[in-house]
Design a protein around this ligand. Structure first.
Ligand code: BTN
Length: 247
């Protein structure tokens, strides 16, 4: 049973973006921790770095979770990304194998993306005030026309239409479990599980950065969520989001 996540769910038929709705209203409504803003349809679903998020109405899960992880120093905000990605990956795992987290927080099945996560935090002094964790999980949509490079849905691994409410309940439970581990300060558990699910972890593969194409091995992420790749030259390179491309 979920103790924190999804105790209250605000259901909207249509909204520009659940993240916009939540970030705009969080201070006005004082929602309890774990409140979810869920929409059947987003008119302006947002992805990472100004991209958009495609979803056919009523087919997928589009929601934002409101958290107040005020114990967490702002420096460690990447832990929230890890917790959410682990929860979503845990649910995808109930439908199929080969579930990975592609750094920083995409959830992949094989080499295709089944879920995207967009986290927006408010910083209060040295700590996090609130965190709005937006999740788009492709569930029943079979075809994508928006130009995303490699989308996939859970339905591709299921024999029948999936009940969105059932999947949402599972997400609440999984994310709740990981979030409580975070609140208990069991950071090692989160780090180990994240590394264990990391796409291309410890595998030699091809990448490109601003110095060109290279072969390297993902060695993990550091405390602040930067990706570490050991290049074949022996050099350990550190990347922020979008500074390295997976080839
Ligand atoms: C990504 O680019 O991978 C992040 C996608 C995040 C999409 C979700 S859908 C619910 C929430 N509302 C938004 O506008 N975006 C997030």
């Amino acid at each position: 049973m979920s103790e924190i996540i999804g105790k209250k769910i605000i259901k909207l038929d249509e909204v520009d973006s659940t993240n916009n709705y939540a970030t705009k209203n969080i201070e006005k409504y004082n929602w309890s921790e774990g409140t979810i803003v869920l929409a059947r349809q987003q008119l302006k679903g947002r992805g990472q770095i100004n991209s958009s998020w495609e979803s056919e109405p009523n087919k997928n899960l589009l929601f934002s979770i409101v958290l107040y992880p005020q114990v967490l120093p702002a420096h460690y905000q990447f832990l929230i990304s890890k917790v959410i990605a682990l929860g979503v990956a845990g649910v995808a795992k109930k439908y199929t194998d080969n579930v990975f987290i592609k750094w920083p927080n995409d959830v992949y099945i094989g080499h295709k993306k089944v879920a995207g996560i967009l986290i927006e935090n408010s910083i209060m002094g040295m700590n996090i005030g609130w965190s709005v964790c937006g999740i788009g999980l492709n569930v029943n949509q079979r075809k994508f026309t928006g130009g995303a490079p490699n989308p996939v849905s859970l339905i591709h691994f299921s024999e029948k239409e999936i009940q969105l409410d059932d999947t949402l309940n599972m997400l609440c439970e999984e994310i709740d479990g990981w979030y409580r581990i975070l609140l208990a300060g069991e950071i090692d558990k989160i780090d180990v599980a994240y590394a264990d699910r990391l796409y291309r972890y410890n595998e030699k593969a091809l990448y490109s950065d601003n110095n060109g194409t290279f072969t390297g091995t993902i060695a993990g992420v550091n405390e602040i969520g930067q990706l570490l790749i050991r290049k074949d030259t022996g050099l350990m390179a550190t990347y922020n989001f979008k500074q390295v491309e997976y080839l």
